[in-house]
Ligand binder design. Structure first.
Ligand code: IPM
Ligand code: MG
Length: 355
């Protein structure tokens, strides 16, 4: 029986609670669909840093590198300096494991979850491919005359041809596999960020290799508008790191909220990381009120990535069904006790597997 080595970093705030539900579901699908997992739990996050001053020791990092996949709950806590834990854990994993695709499906499962008037599952069904290793996140920043009235701060957006090309190519490949409009929309701000001309040219070059795929283009500001006005316009969208970060939070809202938005940080063929896109929401930690649906869907994406397609599809189908039949009343904080959702999903998975 295939066994997958999985690293689990539950993290901060509500991370441990949603991770617990997600792992319950992973165990359940593994036994139903005939595979095994070997999970190694790592304690990293703000609590661990406060206790030990350790963020992500190299010894643990080299272990994690050799796993098949990583599951991350949530990180971030106001008790640590802004960005320190985020850069020490999530950004470190993204950069050092070269997880160049941040894959963020935006699919609304039921009209009742969509805040846009008259829009629902038929209109809100797209996937964002966010470049995940460079752009504004490249870590190229600096200060001069710090603390003086003349202080200067810089943050450089870095785009390489290689990283731009591979992520755009991933988007085209993805469009081919989706039974949708066979369209890739590139989102940038090349009219103001002149360096993004590299994106424009690379997109045009890669597009030539995919004559079966239609191309569209939108500047990021207009794309935000279209997401609200005509979300049906999008199929696959590819964009740079910072714009992808921002527009996928907007995407999460039109699919139902942070409680239902999952993501993968992927390097095809290599160890990849799956996480809900929500943060750690420290004020709700430990109260059993966080919504674990996004974390459970991230497990679904992980199964799909591992090649356990049936398990991945079953998880998503069960969530769709529970949402449409209103057994999942809502995906906001407090709509259900956290553990109740995991139990419901497992019960429903069993029922599905029995037919
Ligand atoms: C995300 C998050 C991260 C990001 C933070 C935690 C650094 O917002 O995964 O979208 O900006 O990429
Ligand atoms: Mg974000």
């Amino acid at each position: 029986m295939t066994e997958y080595d999985i690293a689990v970093i539950a993290g901060d705030g509500i991370g441990p609670e949603v991770t617990r539900e997600a792992m319950k579901v992973l165990d359940a699908v593994a036994s139903m669909y005939g595979f095994k997992t070997k999970k190694t739990h790592y304690p990293f996050g703000t609590e661990h840093w406060l206790k030990t001053t350790e963020i992500f020791p190299e010894s643990a990092f080299s272990e994690v590198k050799d796993k098949r996949a990583i599951f991350l709950g949530a990180i971030g806590d106001p008790r640590a300096p802004v960005g320190m834990i985020e850069y020490g854990i999530i950004a470190k994993l993204r950069f050092e494991l070269d997880l160049y695709v941040n894959l963020r499906p935006v699919r609304c499962y039921d009209e009742r979850l969509c805040p846009l008037k008259g829009k629902g599952p038929a209109e809100v069904d797209m996937v964002f491919v966010r470049e995940n290793t460079e752009g504004a996140y490249s870590g190229s920043f600096g200060f001069a005359h710090k603390g003086l009235p003349s202080e200067v701060a810089t943050q450089v957006m870095v785009y390489t041809r290689a990283a731009t090309e591979r992520v755009i190519r991933y988007a085209f490949e993805l469009a081919r596999t989706r039974n949708k409009k066979k369209t890739v929309t590139m989102i940038d701000k090349a009219n103001a960020l002149r360096a993004q001309d590299l994106w424009t040219r690379t997109f045009a070059d890669v597009a030539k290799e995919y004559p079966d795929i239609k191309t569209e283009h939108a500047y990021i500001d207009a794309a935000c508008m279209w997401m609200i006005k005509n979300p049906e316009w999008f199929d696959v969208a590819v964009t740079s790191n910072l714009f992808g970060d921002i527009i996928t939070d907007l995407g999460a809202m039109i699919q139902g909220g942070m409680g239902i938005a999952a993501s993968g940080n992927i390097h095809p063929g290599k160890v990849s990381l799956f996480e809900p896109i929500h943060g750690s929401a420290p004020k709700y930690a430990g109260q059993n009120v966080a919504c674990p649906v996004a974390a459970i869907l991230a497990v679904g994406m992980m199964c799909d990535y591992l090649g356990q397609k049936k398990a991945g599809a079953a998880i998503e189908n069960v969530i769709v069904d529970l949402v449409r039949t209103k057994r999942i009343k809502g995906v906001n904080t407090g709509d259900h006790p956290t553990d109740q959702i995991g139990d419901m999903v497992i019960e429903e998975l069993r029922a599905l597997a029995a037919v």
